[in-house]
Design a protein around this ligand. Structure first.
Ligand SMILES: Nc1ncnc2c1ncn2[C@@H]1O[C@H](COP(=O)(O)OP(=O)(O)OP(=O)(O)O)[C@@H](O)[C@H]1O
Ligand SMILES: O=C(O)C1=C[C@@H](O)[C@@H](O)[C@H](O)C1
Ligand SMILES: [Mg+2]
Length: 186
C-alpha cells in the first residue's frame, strides 16, 4: 500500500531522532491521545531475537541488527496503517528506510540540544550499545554527526524545556491542523 492509497489521517506517524530524545516515551503518549496502537522498532527487534539490544550487538552483531531493523520497518510501514511507530536512533542512517518512511508515513523529528541531551546519558547508557565505551567528547561527535540524517522529515519539534505530555500535545495539535487543512471533508 503506497501513500497515494491512504488518506492522510490513516497514515502511520513515525518518530525519529537521536538516542534518548524520547521517541519511545513520547510515541506512547501520542498513540494514547490519538487512540492508536503504538509500535517501537527496537522492541520488535528484541522480540524477534528474544534478547535485549545490547546482547544482540554482542552476540549477533550490529550488521544483523541493522538488517533486521530495515526489514521490520519496511514490513510495518508498508503493511500497517493508523499506527504510531518509534524508530531506533540509527534507523535513518539507512537510505532505504528514510525513503520509505518519507513516502509512506508522516515523519516527526524530535529535536533536542546537546546541552539538554548530555544530562540524560546516565539514564540510557546501559541499554544503548552505541554509547558504551565512549567519553563525552566522542558522544558529542556522534551526536553532531547524526544530526544531518534527521533533517529529512515532515515536521519537527524542539523538545528542550517541554515535558513528555507537552511534546505529545504539540505533535497531536499539529497533526490535527494538517488533517483539517488537507482533508477538510473527512
Ligand atoms: N521531554 C522529555 N523531558 C524529560 N525527559 C524525557 C523527555 N522525553 C523522554 N524523556 C526521558 O528520557 C529517557 C529516554 O527516552 P526514550 O527511551 O523515550 O528515548 P528514545 O528516543 O526512544 O531512545 P532510543 O533511540 O535509544 O530508543 C527516558 O528516561 C524518558 O523518560
Ligand atoms: O542510535 C543508534 O544507533 C541506536 C539506537 C537505539 O534506538 C537502538 O536502535 C540501538 O541501540 C542503536
Ligand atoms: Mg526508543
Amino acid at each position: 500500500m503506497g501513500m497515494n492509497d491512504l488518506a492522510l489521517r490513516e497514515m502511520n506517524i513515525v518518530l525519529i531522532g537521536f538516542m534518548g530524545v524520547g521517541k519511545t516515551t513520547i510515541g506512547k503518549a501520542v498513540a494514547k491521545k490519538l487512540y492508536r496502537d503504538f509500535l517501537d522498532i527496537d522492541e520488535e527487534i528484541e522480540k524477534e531475537f528474544q534478547m535485549p539490544t545490547t546482547k544482540i550487538f554482542q552476540e549477533i552483531g550490529e550488521k544483523q541488527f541493522r538488517k533486521k531493523e530495515k526489514e521490520t520497518i519496511i514490513n510495518l510501514c508498508t503493511n500497517q496503517r493508523l499506527k504510531v511507530i518509534s524508530l531506533g536512533g540509527g534507523a535513518f542512517l539507512q537510505e532505504e528506510i528514510r525513503n520509505l518512511c518519507l513516502s509512506n508515513c508522516i515523519v516527526f523529528f524530535l529535536d533536542l540540544s546537546w546541552e539538554s541531551w548530555k544530562d540524560r546519558v546516565s539514564m540510557i547508557i546501559d541499554s544503548r550499545p552505541v554509547l558504551q565505551g565512549k567519553n563525552s567528547e566522542e558522544m558529542k561527535d556522534l551526536f553532531d554527526e547524526r544530526q544531518p540524517i534527521y533533517e529529512d522529515h515532515h515536521s519537527k519539534v524542539l523538545t528542550d524545556n517541554l515535558d513528555v505530555d507537552e511534546v505529545a500535545s504539540f505533535i497531536v495539535d499539529s497533526l490535527k491542523t494538517a488533517w483539517d487543512i488537507y482533508e477538510p471533508n473527512h
